[in-house]
Write a protein of this length. Sequence first.
Length: 266
Amino acid sequence: MDATLPPLTAATLYLVATPIGNLEDITLRALRVLRECDVVAAEDTRHTGQLLRHFEISKPLLSYFQFNEARRSEEIIERLRRGSKVALVTDAGSPGISDPGERVVKAAITAGFRVEAVPGACALVAALTASGLPTDEFHFIGFLPHKSGQRRRQLESLLGFDGTLVLYESPYRIEKLLGELNGVFPQRQVVLARELTKKFEEFLRGRPAQLLELARKRTLKGEFVVLVSPALDPASSSAIPETDADQEQLQDGSGDIPILEKSSGM
């Protein structure tokens, strides 16, 4: 350890952001915390085990996920009581964003323990900043409910919001989502960000109907961040038009443009 760097603090829960695709996006601080902590609490120990092995880090792993988070939260709190330094990681990105980490954080704070964020990669931020849509005000939804009626009602409740809407979606429901967006926001600009930070990172832009047509012509793989522009205002240029390249992709169904030539590793 660099002698100029402060040591980790005992009885602290460290929220360590991990790469969302490209392993080069892990931070030096994240690596130090993972090396110096006493235990790593992971959403998927197999996935995190691969990450640790890649960086030649060997630490005890403790699994936490949606169906054991209550019991695991109690165990993590007990470790903190014993003075342990606990690193909490999700499968990818920042812990607590659309994953079970939120409950662990609340439990640690309620019990009076220190929680420290180790920031890094986050799909929400990566997609929003590169989307071309307004970033001064946005609303993050996460994943919509599975039931169609609930999904529709949640989207309709956002019609009056002035900022950019951001949500996550799986490749298995992206076509369904585009159909729902076409019903609720037919004139809005939509940006689909997929395979973020990976070799075939791609941003697709267009009206919901255009993107729906594209989704029916080609298989869109990978996890998605979906962004919806604010309500169109004739006096404002807040919603971006499609570029020539976007139009070409929409017309011919192409778009697997390699953004990062280096292998993501995961």
